[in-house]
Every structure is written in structure tokens, then in C-alpha cells.
Write a protein of this length. Structure first.
Length: 131
């Protein structure tokens, strides 16, 4: 590991997603249409994309492989988010989010199977390899 800064980012992500998960149902329960919620959610990605572009110096990779892989990742993420919104519409957040939080298991499994990464018992437990 280059530094332990990854852990700070991971904790901040967890806090942001936890707060978001606690309040995600509020707008719809107060009459805000779900489809309009999707539009607002997608618009909130624009500032995030601008920050990401600024971080890489406004020079994204634009070869065919990068475009295909980036599109696949983006579409899978967006589709997953839409399915999450639907599950929250049909069930309570306090039950939906514990199930959804199992997604890292899928990530580790696919990384091992498709990318050839190795995962020790320590990695499966969510701990980085020792330096």
C-alpha cells in the first residue's frame, strides 16, 4: 500500500453511503415522484464527473477498450442503482441495505475468477496485504 489514505476514503464512503441510505426513502414518502428522483440523482453525477476529470488533468483515455470497459462499468453501476431504488420502493431500507452490503463478496469473487487476483483469508476478511 502506498499509504493508509485508502482507509480514510473507504471510511468516508461508508459514512456518506450510510447517511444516504438512511434518508433515501424520504423524498418519495413525501410525494416526490420516483422517476424525477432518478433524474435528480443522475444530474448529481455531473459535478462528480467534473471533479474526476479535473483530477486526471482533463485527459481521459479514449481508446476503444477504455470506452467499452468504462461504458460497461457505468451501465452496470447505473442499472444496479435503479434496481436498488426499486427495491427501496418495495421494501424498507433497514432490510434492503444489509443485503446490498454483500456486494463486495461478488467483487472479490469476480476479481479472483476473472482478473486472476489472489485473495488470502486476510483479503476475504477485508484487510489489505501486509507491506
Amino acid at each position: 500500500m502506498e499509504s493508509e489514505l485508502w482507509l480514510v476514503y473507504a471510511v468516508v464512503t461508508t459514512v456518506f453511503w450510510g447517511v444516504w441510505g438512511a434518508f433515501v426513502e424520504v423524498p418519495e414518502k413525501r410525494g416526490f415522484p420516483a422517476t424525477l428522483g432518478y433524474v435528480v440523482w443522475s444530474l448529481t453525477m455531473v459535478p462528480c464527473a467534473l471533479v474526476a476529470l479535473a483530477v486526471i488533468g482533463w485527459t481521459p483515455e479514449h481508446d476503444a477498450r477504455s470506452i467499452v470497459l468504462g461504458s460497461a462499468v457505468g451501465l452496470l453501476g447505473a442499472a444496479g442503482q435503479l434496481v436498488l431504488f426499486e427495491s427501496l420502493r418495495r421494501g424498507p431500507a433497514y432490510l434492503v441495505f444489509p443485503v446490498v452490503s454483500l456486494s463486495p463478496v461478488i467483487s472479490v469473487l469476480l476479481s479472483v475468477l476473472l482478473l486472476g487476483e489472489t485473495a488470502s483469508a486476510r483479503a476475504w476478511a477485508g484487510r489489505p496485504p501486509r507491506a
